[in-house]
Each structure stands twice: as C-alpha cells, then as structure tokens.
Design a protein around this ligand. Structure first.
Ligand SMILES: *[C@@H]1O[C@H](CO)[C@@H](O)[C@H](O)[C@H]1NC(C)=O
Ligand SMILES: *[C@@H]1O[C@H](CO)[C@@H](O)[C@H](O)[C@H]1NC(C)=O
Ligand SMILES: *[C@@H]1O[C@H](CO)[C@@H](O)[C@H](O)[C@H]1NC(C)=O
Ligand SMILES: *[C@@H]1O[C@H](CO)[C@@H](O)[C@H](O)[C@H]1NC(C)=O
Ligand SMILES: *[C@@H]1O[C@H](CO)[C@@H](O)[C@H](O)[C@H]1NC(C)=O
Ligand SMILES: *[C@@H]1O[C@H](CO)[C@@H](O)[C@H](O)[C@H]1NC(C)=O
Ligand SMILES: *[C@@H]1O[C@H](CO)[C@@H](O)[C@H](O)[C@H]1NC(C)=O
Ligand SMILES: *[C@@H]1O[C@H](CO)[C@@H](O)[C@H](O)[C@H]1NC(C)=O
Ligand SMILES: *[C@@H]1O[C@H](CO)[C@@H](O)[C@H](O)[C@H]1NC(C)=O
Ligand SMILES: *[C@@H]1O[C@H](CO)[C@@H](O)[C@H](O)[C@H]1NC(C)=O
Length: 528
C-alpha cells in the first residue's frame, strides 16, 4: 500500500502547496467589467478561492433603488451558519424584500455575463418557503419568473446555486438595471451578483448550424442567453478561478447524462503532456484542461459500431438552444483527416454527416469548437416538465471512410436563448424530481478494486488533515488581513473550501487509481 499512498499523498500536498505559494497563472482574458456584489453585506469581502474582492452593496454605489416607503424597503440579513458552500461569500448575507427593488449597475458597452447567486435559507423574518419572485434585466429580458429558489436548491441537492446569463449592454445606456419583483405575498431575495465582460463574439456568433435548416443561425445583440450545462467531458471540475479569465464554472463529467451503453463501454482518453495550439479558435474559448481530456468509444471495433455515444440533457421545452461542442485530438495516432471520422446527431437530427476534428482544426493538438442551434418544441411526456435533448456521436459503420471507428468529445456547453417576448424563464422543478436526479445512476461495470477503496479512505483522511491545517493557516492569514482592514463581518468559520476540494482531487486520483474517478469526487464533497 505504502508505495501507492505516499506518492499520491505527496502529490496532493505539493499541488495544494503550489496553489497557495505560486497562485494561478495570469488569466488569458482580462474582463473590462468585473463586478462582484455581495448583497446585504458591507465593505470588502474576500472569499476562499475567488481571487476577486466582493463588494458589499450596503451604502455602496450599487445600493439598490427601491419603490415604497422607508419602512417597506429591502432588508439585509445574515445567513444562518452552515457547514457547506453557504459559508462562503457571497452566500453569507442576503438582501430580501416584499417589494420590488432594482440594482442599477454602471457598465461599459458590450456583452456581459450576469451571474446571480442564491442561498435559499430561512433568514430571520423571511421563511425560505415564502420566496417567489421574478428577475428582469435591462427592462426587456425576463431572467427568472415566479421563481421558487428553495425548491430549485432542494431538487439540485445543494444549499446554494448560481444562474448564469449573457446580455449585451447597449452603448447608449452604459448601465444595466436588474429588477427583483416578488410575487403576491411572497418576497424576493439575492445573495450575490457578478457581472463580467466577455470577449466580443464568444457566444454571440453568426455561424451556428441551425439544425433542420440550410441557413446558419445568428445570435445577435438583441438576444439573451442562459447557460444550462457546461461540462468538461471526460475530465474533472474546473472552478471559476481556473477558467480563462471569465470565471466560468465547468462541471465534471460524472457520467450522469450518459445512457447505459455509453456508461458501460466508453473510455476516457487524456494527454497531460500535449502542447495545445490555438490556431482555429481563440485561447480564451475554454481552459486547456477541457481539451486534454475527452470521452471516446472504446478499444473494440465490434462494440464501437454496436452502440452510439449518447448523452441525454433535460431542458425546458419551447426554447431554442445553442449547443457548443468542444473538440481536440490529442492521441498520437490521430493526425490525419479521416483517422477518426464520425457522425453527430443533435436532438435526433443529423448535425454532422462526417465530423472530423483534424479536418476542422487542422491538426493534432489544435482545439476547436462547433456550434449548433436547435429548437426544443416537442411537448414533454409522462407528466414531466422537461424534454430530453439527445446528443449522439456515432462511429462510422464503413471502415473505408475512417481508420478508427470511433468518436470523441472534449467539452460541452448548452445555452437557452430568449423567446420572442424576451423570456428565458422556465417552470420551477417538481419537488418529486429530486429522487430522479439527485444522484448519478450507479455504474456496476467494474467493482471498485479493494486497493482503490483503501487508497481512497486513507487519502481522504490525510486530505482532511491537510485541509484542516491549511484552513487554519489560511483563515489565520485572512483574519489578519480582515482585521487590518478594520472589518470583521461575515468571516464565519467553515468547511473545507469548496473549490479547493474540486480542484486537486481528480487528476491525481485518477492517475493513481485509474477508474476510481467519480467515487473520490463524492468522497471529497462529503468531507465534514
Ligand atoms: C410603516 O410602519 C407603520 C408602523 O410602524 C405602519 O403603520 C405602516 O403601515 C407601514 N407602512 C407601510 C407602507 O407598510
Ligand atoms: C453588438 O454589440 C457589440 C458590443 O456591444 C458590438 O461590438 C457589435 O458591433 C454589435 N453588433 C451589432 C451587429 O450591432
Ligand atoms: C416553493 O416550493 C415548495 C416546494 O414545492 C413549496 O413548499 C413552497 O410553498 C413554494 N413556495 C412558494 C412561495 O410558492
Ligand atoms: C433603471 O431603473 C431606473 C429606476 O427604476 C430608471 O429610472 C431608469 O430609467 C432605468 N434605466 C434603464 C437603462 O432601464
Ligand atoms: C500526448 O501528445 C504528445 C504529442 O502529440 C505525444 O507525443 C504523447 O505520446 C501523447 N501522450 C499520450 C498519453 O497520448
Ligand atoms: C469485441 O467485442 C466482441 C463482442 O463483445 C467480442 O466478441 C470480441 O471478441 C471483442 N474483440 C476483441 C478484440 O476484444
Ligand atoms: C474503437 O475506438 C477506440 C478508441 O476509443 C479505438 O482505439 C479503436 O481503434 C476503435 N476500434 C477500431 C478497431 O477501429
Ligand atoms: C446511432 O444513432 C443513429 C441516429 O439516431 C441511428 O441511425 C443509428 O442506428 C444508431 N446506431 C446504433 C448502433 O445504435
Ligand atoms: C430520439 O432518439 C432517442 C434514442 O437515441 C429516442 O429514445 C428518443 O425517443 C428520440 N426522441 C424523439 C423525439 O424522437
Ligand atoms: C429575443 O431573441 C430574439 C431572437 O430570437 C430577438 O429577435 C428578440 O428581439 C429577443 N427578445 C427581446 C424581447 O429582446
């Protein structure tokens, strides 16, 4: 056991150390606007693994504009203590109101991310079951409507959550209004607002393939988008501070969206040593980590041909969606056009009759992405509120067209587009939906080797120890900084940092234990 645990432990430890000592490399993209508002808080707040300072909205230039008399204006509250992500800024405080309130945020023109952070706890005088509200941006876009944050969190199985939108700021306005409107007898609340500039035409593109149509689909400035899925296919989670400078969060590929055959047969190639060349797309498009891991079909031609690599994504019906697929060939055998050609189906329609990553990108090690816009207008079935988008990658059946009857995908993003009345909001989830999606389906393809369990348990214990020491050190440092700045609000004691936990676990664990990836991920999350 020792020879395995020691290097594992050592590499985890070194990784954490390198994180703390060296910090992050400079981001590839530097946003013009980078606003982080901690609602219901005051002064400057720092948080664990976000290098940015969060600004309290109390008596700041961002204080909301309110309607109504002085005794009915919005309230600020501290969140109840929590052992989870809710112990981190901006989730530690909230602004709440039974009447409408508006944040008017001065901004430069251009396309922006808006991220709304929610911690639907029960706050003093504000019971969590009694919040129901709408959020509008810029007067014309409805981001959320009759939104029940508590049921949303319950169904997600997490205490806190974030919603990400994209809007364009008109040069004439130079500001953005974000308005929170409670439903009758209910209240509205918000814990954090982030606004971050994005590179022009990152998602506002004119060249998406419009599924079922000959002409491309253009996403123009009059469109708002909502991110619904962003996944590092075949890889570990990528936290906002490891993004290319836009603070996007990339989910791990925990197989939860795969169909059974894909879960059973597909494999996870990766290449940690390859030098990527961004020749067809900009380097900020996605973090490198997205492009050096992927999912493909397996080693056996007969099996490759007998199933399709299939993902199933539940979506709100009656909207168009932008589906962005990220690709990169990093296996040394795939260097020429035709080495690995395959087919892509989006929502059961042909998106690519002959997909070839080398053909698109110009070579091995060159990342590329492809955009598809598809309408999801079929009615939901079986009493569900969602409809399923099938993403299918199919190996070619004929050997003459390709050397490897295989397919690959490295990353995926799905955005909802506003409808013709500027709405992006879907229905609240049903409380019953929780049972169906709370945990990814169990794979019983290979029983976890005993050694892996031992390694995992031991390393988890070591991890907890390391984290406690680090937590102590970091908090001591933070406290001092906070004290120095004459401010000591909101520094609750807390669990191990959420994002740290995400960050270092997977690559090392996977390297050390091969197919033990997912289980450790959950181990990590369960650390008290
Ligand atoms: C303000 O408070 C007073 C008593 O504190 C109450 O009578 C009045 O109705 C309140 N105003 C509003 C608009 O709720
Ligand atoms: C859309 O907005 C961006 C940034 O505000 C601007 O550069 C671009 O010219 C606009 N596009 C059109 C077609 O007006
Ligand atoms: C939010 O949803 C939960 C679960 O369905 C429900 O108990 C609660 O009453 C809802 N809140 C409002 C204000 O509708
Ligand atoms: C924002 O809201 C304020 C107050 O409600 C209003 O006066 C202003 O015109 C709005 N600005 C924009 C750009 O919609
Ligand atoms: C990674 O890519 C480099 C460059 O193409 C190649 O030499 C190396 O063998 C690859 N490693 C793996 C594990 O595929
Ligand atoms: C490939 O899979 C088929 C069907 O399971 C099996 O019959 C065959 O022996 C496998 N071939 C190899 C090379 O493993
Ligand atoms: C099936 O896919 C794998 C890669 O996932 C590839 O190595 C293999 O060659 C493919 N099968 C054949 C024999 O084409
Ligand atoms: C893969 O999907 C395509 C499109 O839905 C379908 O035509 C084909 O029969 C599927 N292949 C297998 C092996 O299931
Ligand atoms: C799409 O294809 C999947 C299988 O790949 C099938 O289960 C589903 O019913 C199809 N959906 C529609 C709307 O045809
Ligand atoms: C929403 O997007 C469409 C493009 O599909 C656009 O034409 C429309 O004006 C947008 N709605 C609003 C209210 O801006």
């Amino acid at each position: 056991m020792k020879p395995i645990i020691t290097p594992l432990y050592l590499s985890l430890f070194l990784h954490i150390l390198s994180l703390l000592v060296a910090g992050q490399p400079p981001p590839i993209f530097s946003p013009v606007d980078d606003i982080t508002l901690a609602c219901g808080n005051s002064g400057e707040q720092s948080t664990y693994f976000d290098p940015r300072t969060w600004i309290g909205d109390i008596s700041s230039k961002y204080s909301p504009i309110e309607v109504g008399k002085s005794n009915t204006t919005s309230q600020t509250r501290k969140a109840p203590p929590s052992p989870s992500s809710a112990s981190q800024v901006p989730y530690t405080t909230a602004r709440l109101s039974f009447l409408e309130f508006t944040y008017k945020i001065p901004l430069s023109p251009g396309q922006k991310f808006i991220r709304l952070h929610f911690n639907p706890a029960s706050y003093p005088d504000f019971d969590r079951s009694n919040s129901l509200f709408s959020v509008k941006a810029g007067g014309s876009f409805t981001l959320l409507k009759d939104f029940n944050a508590s049921v949303t969190a319950d169904v997600d199985g997490s205490e806190t959550f974030m919603r990400e939108f994209c809007v364009n700021i008109d040069p004439e306005l130079q500001s953005l209004n974000i308005t929170f409107t409670p439903a009758k007898d209910a209240y509205a609340f918000i814990n954090g607002i982030e606004i971050v500039s994005m590179p022009p035409s990152l998602y506002y593109t004119s060249s998406s393939k419009f599924i079922g149509s000959e002409t491309p689909y253009a996403i123009e400035n009059n469109t708002a988008l909502e991110m619904v899925y962003r996944i590092n296919i075949g890889g570990s989670p990528i936290s906002p501070n490891q993004d290319t400078g836009m603070y996007r969060n990339w989910e791990a590929d925990d197989e939860r969206y795969l169909d059974d055959a894909s879960r059973e047969f597909s494999v996870l190639p990766q290449n940690n040593t390859i030098e990527l060349n961004f020749v067809t797309i900009r380097e900020y498009s996605a973090p490198k980590a997205v492009y050096v891991t992927g999912r493909s079909m397996g080693m056996n031609k007969t099996i490759n041909k007998s199933y399709n690599l299939t993902w199933v994504f539940p979506l709100d019906p009656k909207f168009y969606y932008l589906v962005r697929l990220h690709f990169c060939e990093f296996e040394p055998d795939i260097i020429n056009y035709g080495d690995r050609s395959f087919q892509i189906y989006v929502a059961n329609q042909t998106a690519e009759g002959l997909a070839d990553v080398i053909g698109w990108s110009g070579g091995n090690g060159n990342p590329v992405y492809r955009d598809y816009v598809v309408g999801m207008f079929m009615p939901p079935v079986g009493g569900r509120k969602k409809v399923d988008l099938f993403l299918v990658l199919a190996a070619l059946q004929k050997d003459s067209y390709t050397s490897y009857n295989d397919a690959i995908l490295n990353g995926l993003e799905i955005f909802k587009l506003n409808n013709s009345i500027g709405n992006l909001a879907g229905p609240n989830p049903s409380p019953q939906a929780k049972a169906m999606q709370s945990s990814p389906k169990k794979t019983n393809k290979k029983s976890t080797p005993m050694l892996a369990i031992v390694v995992s348990v031991v390393s988890s214990i070591l991890l907890v120890l390391v984290l406690s020491v680090l937590r102590f050190l970091v908090f001591r440092r933070r406290r001092r900084e906070v004290k120095d700045s004459g401010y000591s609000y909101g520094m609750t004691n807390s669990s191990p940092p959420f994002h740290l936990c995400h960050y270092f676990s997977l690559a090392e664990i996977r390297a050390a234990t091969q197919n033990f990836k997912r289980d450790f991920y959950y181990w990590c999350w369960r650390i008290p």
